[in-house]
Design a protein around this ligand. Sequence first.
Ligand code: NAP
Length: 546
Amino acid sequence: MTEQAGGGADVDVLVIGAGVVGLYALYRAIDAGFCARTLEAGDGIGGVWYWNRYPDARFDSESYTYAYIFSRELFDDWQWTEEFATQPETERYLNYVADRFDLRRHIRTGERVTSAAYDEAANLWTVRTGAGTTVRARWVIAATGGLSVPHYPEIEGTGDFRGQAYHTGAWPHSPVDFDGKRVAIIGNGPSGAQLLTAIADTAGRVDLYQRTPTWTTPLNNAPITDERRKWLSDNFEKVTKILTRSPSGFLHPPAGKKSSADSPAERQAFYEKIWNAPGFGKLTMNYYDMTTNREVNLEFCEFLANKIRSIVTDPVTAERLIPTDHLFGAKRPPFVENYYETFNKPNVALISLRETPIAGVTATGIETTGTSRDYDIIVYATGFDFGTGALTRMGVRGREGLDLSTDWEDGPSDFAGFSAHRLPNFFFPGGPHGAGGGNYPRYSQDQVDWITATLTYATDHGFDVFEPTAAQQEEWMTMVETLAPQSIFSAEHSHYYGANVRGKPRKFLLNPGGRGKLHEMLNQMSATENYGGAFRTASENARQSR
Ligand code: NAP
């Protein structure tokens, strides 16, 4: 690793964000010999695992498949306690990684980036933070996360409430006492569902305000046994091969058959097995035509609806909990233990905002068109400004005066979900069109590995600038727009389409081509001379900028 950058820069590589992706990007940059630094807005390491510290926040990807797999020693030495670990354990893990790989001395916390501007003459980025820090960097890797800007709903009167109010995505560090309290949770995505089940036993009363029912299925968590740990260690090579090559980035064995291979009775038995499968296994281990054949999906939905009816004792509540506007998987489903069982508790109520929309928040509680209830605590589990939220708030200015927030007003345009035309030497792994339909860290690992290899290649071959051409970006965006309707996450009223944020354009924000398309298009680029024109030397850059 070099401790000093050349060419008027403070660092070669500036990473923004010390979450799962940012830590990995920093590790890779240092390992590749660059002088690198990280600026992190939070006062600690962890990204989403630093901010989302509400009770029972936890993985719904298996701990060891979500965690880093770049080091066999790390994989063996860190002992996850559960298949799906909780937030405190994950935050500890990320801090452990920072210390173990001596990353902490390169990380400045409490530094929220407020502007990042490309200086065309110097071919450097000038990055400023709210704390007054300025860093000049040759390359910027903005690992600012897709789920890092909490979305607060546009509800009248939220500022009038005199009780305690929290957002699951910006949870306080001091514990929130729910014991005996009257609590409202607005939102029933993974965050709201996890929180509900965590506090229902001790809170005095919990009302869940639900706008759209979700197909929530059990997480099926378990402690990691010594036997499982030994198997994982003994099979490290095999495990990492599957995680780095499979479309989903999970270890789940696929069913490998269509639903028509089974009789109706066999299908019901199969669905029961799927109900008991771990986390995302309900998608990845299901019949392979479940996501492509509407009739098959409808049959599985009917199975799930009957499960809900069999668990929830009040038939009216049960029907309210059953989605009628989307198939299983079309919206990102929550995987949460005992979700439906919780509605049988006498202190838990479901308030359907389809029937009685929220009229407003008052000084003492929430009014809907049909109810008025007082609360001690209101929790907004209302999600995030997904994909673009952090990047468009960071004052990013590229070549020829490009202002990212206005350039993306009608939706983001990018190449490979991590770079964009007119943003030379600026990367945003985990950004819009970054994640596919699988395990987030595995997708971003692909991106970070490619970015680091590209920086090394540029340095070794005398290139000073990497910037996808307009044609490369157009080809990628055509792929996104063409394949988006075929994505499993096709429900247009979800955050994957930006639909949860008022005024945000309805554009698909995932990579609908998945890992296959990502690799195909990156390989295509790197197989051509100068990466098809994406690489430039400093003098070519000066000519282009004139
Ligand atoms: P989310 O899935 O976007 O859910 C937000 C919830 O708030 C939805 O139920 C939404 O209703 C509701 N909502 C939004 N605005 C509202 C309004 N104005 N009035 C009433 N309800 C409103 O957010 P999330 O639960 O925080 O999850 C976001 C993502 O974080 C997930 O997709 C996942 O990737 C990740 N996550 C993962 C885990 C895990 O298990 N590992 C846990 C938490 C989060 P509508 O559906 O009607 O819009």
